[in-house]
Design a protein around this ligand. Structure first.
Ligand code: CMC
Length: 440
């Protein structure tokens, strides 16, 4: 009869152990009983970068990386991208169910009425240099919000948490747009409550002198879809930062600032920006084969940005949706000339042994930048757009972590390989020793 257990024989001692298997995992702490001697610490696992370690149990997002499947709370990403709005999807990600009409109205109202930021935050933005990267500004201003809402420290009160959720989802587009306006020296455009979440963001970004900004419905919908696709992606680097920092009990603004910092990196959310820079550098379609050769010969130093994923070993389902949507956007904006280069890169890479063997396919960042650029977003705003969409996922995962009785402060172990205990040596003695060595 089969049993849900794992039998382990420790060949150092000849002892046998049986540990339970639950949900395809064993508990790392169950290995601690495996010891050579009574005063031995016990066996640990060594897993840098969490390649094969589940750090939590979650009900938010399901990914099957081999088959290219992504579901939020059970709903396929393709259906949400086609039928939902960003705020409806954010509600789903945060609450586990799609909202009723009344719940939806209440949610949209509350997010919309939390879009304003304190004038002092605006002044804080004024202190940044004109060419400050907007992600740096976002890390700072989101972190700074914690000083405006001391009640946010009450992380175990669900009502207080809900208020911070309204504020963070409501205010992040305002902070993002203000960071952009600062960089181009334009006066800030305040939120307009008559507009949708995405319409309002486009208004705050691009409104010039017109009394009422007219949002292009195709671009507004494209942004909705892009935010939906970025809403959550289970335990990625920034979400792990949100959970890890949040596990210390800090307020969600400080934890979200850490998540944004993690997202900023070129291997994570900063990749969409790097894709555009890479395409510009390649310059033309005929230079693609030479670039692919450079990637292959670099031994991993030069990467094809927007390709590869820790979890997906197949085409990223988000990239598929974005690629399809690009045509609709380009009909309004005109075709992005860099698209030719991107398509050629994809064509060659998907036929090349190097990429096939390593299962490297386009990820969400490969085509999103081309759409953002066609919509007139400057390149350094791309990771900021990612952060706006991902805020709902960060908060959902943070809430789940707080309510999870299994969770404690995140504190990994290490394997110490440094010097054994030794006694302090006075500087005179160290110099004398060095002098003796030099003479010798
Ligand atoms: N171009 C060329 N080679 C690559 C690439 C790439 N984009 N990605 C991975 N490889 C190679 C890598 O050199 C290694 O080769 P070898 O086995 O010969 O040493 C192999 O593939 C495995 O790569 P890895 O770095 O061990 O894989 P990982 O799971 O640690 O990294 C990744 C995943 C996303 C960081 C990586 O694929 C990468 O750097 N991609 C480019 C950056 C990028 O597009 N990031 C966005 C990720 S999706 C959205 C998000 O999370 O923000």
């Amino acid at each position: 009869m089969s049993k849900d257990t794992l039998s382990i024989t420790d060949n150092r001692t000849g002892k046998n152990y049986e540990v339970p298997i639950e949900h395809g995992t064993i508990k790392a702490l169950d290995l601690r009983q495996i010891k050579v001697a009574a005063d031995d610490f016990g066996l640990m696992t060594y897993d840098p970068a969490f390649m094969n370690t589940a750090s939590c149990q979650s009900r938010v997002t399901f990914i099957d990386g081999e088959r290219g499947i992504l579901n939020y709370r059970g709903y396929p990403i393709e259906q949400l991208a086609e039928k939902s709005t960003y705020l409806e999807t954010a509600y789903l990600v945060l609450n586990g169910e799609l909202p009723t009409r009344a719940q939806h109205e209440d949610w949209v109202h509350n997010v919309t009425y939390h879009t304003m930021i304190h004038e002092n935050v605006k002044e804080l933005m004024g202190a940044f240099r004109y060419d400050a990267h907007p992600m740096g500004m976002l890390v700072s201003t989101v972190g700074a919000l914690s000083t405006f809402y001391p009640g946010a420290k009450d992380i175990h009160d669900p009502l207080a948490r809900r208020h911070q959720v309204y504020r963070l989802i409501g205010k992040i587009p305002t902070l993002a747009a203000f960071a952009y306006r600062h960089s181009v020296g334009m006066p800030y455009a305040y939120p307009d409550n008559d507009l949708s979440y995405c319409g309002n963001f486009l208004n705050m970004m691009f409104r010039m002198t017109e009394t009422k900004y007219k949002v292009n419905p195709v671009l507004e919908r494209a942004l909705e879809v892009l935010f939906i696709l970025h809403a959550d992606h289970e335990q990625n680097c920034s979400t792990s930062a949100m959970r890890g920092v949040g596990s210390s009990g800090v307020d969600p603004y400080s934890a979200a600032a850490a998540a944004i910092a993690a997202l900023y990196g070129p291997l994570h959310g900063g990749a969409n920006e790097q894709v555009l820079r890479m395409l510009r550098e390649i310059g033309s379609k005929d230079k693609v084969p030479a670039f692919i050769r450079e990637v292959k010969e670099s031994g991993g130093d030069v990467r094809l940005m927007g390709f590869g994923h820790r979890v997906y070993k197949n085409y990223d389902p988000r990239a598929k949706i974005i690629k399809k949507m690009a045509d609709e956007v380009f009909e309004v904006t005109g075709r992005n000339p860099l698209l030719e280069i991107a398509l050629e890169l994809e064509r060659i890479a998907l036929e090349d042994e190097y990429f096939l063997k390593r299962k490297l396919y386009p990820n969400v960042d490969f085509y999103s930048g081309l759409i953002y650029q066609a919509m007139k977003f400057p390149v350094d705003m791309f990771p900021v757009l990612f952060a706006i969409g991902r805020m709902s996922g960060w908060l959902a995962q943070w809430q789940e972590m707080i309510e999870d009785k299994d969770q404690k402060i995140a504190r990994p172990r290490q394997v110490y390989l440094g010097a054994p205990r030794r006694d302090y040596v006075a500087v005179e003695k160290r110099m004398a020793r060095e002098a003796a060595l030099t003479v010798a």
